[in-house]
Design a protein around this ligand. Structure first.
Ligand code: CTP
Length: 319
């Protein structure tokens, strides 16, 4: 019944979502939550039909040589040159090869984390995945500090590090990366044109400062494969958000996946405002057609998977 019922529930998950806050729809039981190991295995197997996260999580050195020209994944008419720096930072083998974990945390960036007290719990997981180089130190009590794998859209350079205009922006960035030690820094560099100079600056800083961080750059097929998996299961997402991408990849490596910081709604279940990000004042129009994502729909799907024991979603306080 497994595969069929998964697909059936996912159909229901594409129902319209209340625009007020999404609240009561998403009440989910925390005490009664129990992992459904056979469903976890089945989801892993089904996703493997579309992608192998171990491989697709990064291109490797032997995929390219310096000077190669590739087409952007979401903007096929435009091209990118594989520079010498970029090539030198490609991993020899997948940074996730043969890595398996009992429990993992995937940490989204919603303001719902503020005052959650979830830091300790997040850090207690064997492997912690974070998104977009989100700051942690100042928010440690709520978000923890452990970061084994962290993503970085090229636009982060502009949004959080002043476009590297000043020496102090560059220093702040180098400091942030040095805190990661030898964790994986995952940079979607081949998605759309626009961020190539940022990626080059980042690469140059990593090389110049001999940072230990292990760079990874998603394969050219990853995003289409992830989207294909969800669409085939009748979850009509647009471009998968980083958070959904991370959950999808984590199913390959992690037996138990715990999600925190996923709450793509402007209010909490009591009607109290929730910031888009726990660390800045950026605004986001969750239901706008202009958005590249359908985060509320993604959330509804993840919530359904929580209720079925495939993953654990935490949107409240950690005790
Ligand atoms: N997220 C969420 N609710 C929020 C903010 C973020 O559920 N209020 C989740 C999303 O899955 C998102 C992830 O946390 O992809 C990381 O957040 P962020 O860095 O803000 O992602 P974006 O830059 O908005 O989007 P993306 O990188 O996915 O394009």
């Amino acid at each position: 019944d497994g595969e069929q019922s998964l697909s059936r529930s996912m159909v229901n998950s594409s129902d319209k979502i209340s625009r007020k806050s999404g609240s009561s729809v998403f009440q989910h039981s925390v005490e009664r939550w129990k992992i459904n190991s056979s469903l976890v295995l089945e989801i892993r197997k089904n996703i493997l039909r579309f992608l192998d996260a171990e491989r697709d999580i990064s291109v490797v050195k032997s995929s390219f040589k310096p000077g190669d020209v590739i087409h952007y994944v979401l903007d096929r008419r435009r091209t990118l040159n594989i520079s010498r720096d970029l090539h030198s930072l490609l991993p020899e083998v997948s940074p996730m090869k043969n890595r398996r974990f009992k429990t993992c945390a995937v940490v989204g960036n919603s303001g719902i984390l503020l005052d959650s007290g979830c830091g300790k719990e997040i850090d207690s997981h064997e492997f912690v995945i974070r998104c977009n180089l989100a700051p942690v130190v100042e928010f440690a009590a709520d978000v923890g500090t452990k970061s084994d794998f962290i993503t970085m859209n090229p636009s982060v350079v502009q949004k959080a590090f002043g476009g590297f205009r000043n020496e102090s922006d560059r220093e702040k960035f180098v400091h942030r990366l040095s805190m990661l030690n030898d964790s994986v820094l995952w940079i979607p560099a081949f998605m759309v044109k626009g961020g190539e100079k940022h990626v080059e600056w980042v690469n140059a800083l990593i090389l110049k400062n001999k940072l230990k961080v292990r760079t990874a750059y998603p394969s050219l097929r990853l995003i289409h494969a992830v989207r294909g998996y969800w669409l085939t299961n009748k979850v009509y997402i647009k471009r998968p958000s980083t958070g959904l991408l991370m959950y999808t990849l984590a199913t390959r490596f992690c037996d138990e996946i715990h999600l925190y910081g996923f709450w793509p709604f402007p209010k909490d279940i009591n009607g109290k405002p929730v910031k888009y990000h726990y660390y800045d004042d950026l605004k986001y129009r969750y239901f706008s057609n202009a958005s590249p994502h359908r985060m509320p729909l993604e959330f509804k799907t993840l919530n359904m998977l929580h209720n079925r024991g495939a993953l654990k979603l935490t949107t409240g306080k950690c005790i």
